[in-house]
Design a protein around this ligand. Sequence first.
Ligand code: NDP
Length: 249
Amino acid sequence: MDLALQDKVALVTGGSRGIGRAIALALAQEGADVTFSYTSNEEAAQATIGAIEAAGGRASARRFDVKDPEACRAEVDALVKAKGSLHILVNNAGVALDGLLMRYKDVDLHRSFETNVFGPFYLARAASRAMMKAKWGRIIMLGSVIGEMGNVGQSAYAATKAALDGLTRSLARELASRSITANVVAPGYIDTDMTKALPDEARARLVEMIPAGSVGSPEDIAHTVAFLASERARYITGQVIEVNGGLHM
Ligand code: NDP
């Protein structure tokens, strides 16, 4: 039986840990040839490769910073040269640098936008060339429930994630005629390093607000991404798909 992503080449940013690791694994399990990026955690990147290979998949890791436009362009070009094309781009790498507006530092504002918005822009720009040539493509952004709702202490993070919604809708309009879709998957609270930083009390209060009664798992997000990457989702584009246990609706 053919797998859903057989013969597809995928790039997932931030695949060493958390949601990105689960996405890389899910795409590989559907037959995609997966390359993922990371910045610092070599050990975690090797663990992701190990998990993918143990599941019978193919994966490689590349160390580069999505904040660097030259690196993004060079990495996509090298990938296309080595694999022949690039069909699926998942812009997952992101940072949440929290702080109240009045005390928020310029350096954190810049780092938030450079990582969460500029990086996805650079990579979508580079990848769209190969996708146009292939007349097939999937661009999937990791947004956030915070981008839809806003949150105290997360104005910069919320702004970056809301920016991704607008970017994605524009890409969807520009690229739809070439069978390239662009969508955002907006997670609610998912159990990863990013949310482990929350104190127990804050976490318990948060869970009370979620109709489903629990935080989500990285796999909840990965399954949605794998579906959007497949041919079955060909008619879904320009959408923000919220996966949040009902936290926002
Ligand atoms: P983690 O903090 O667990 O992992 C972040 C990943 O991004 C790591 O692999 C990290 O690499 C990589 N990364 C960070 N900065 C860069 C950079 N400049 N260039 C390349 N890679 C980078 O995050 P999550 O798995 O929790 O989140 C993944 C995405 O989902 C993010 O976009 C986040 O905003 C979004 N999200 C998460 C939610 C949650 O509840 N966890 C909720 C809503 C949205 P390394 O390990 O090498 O540093």
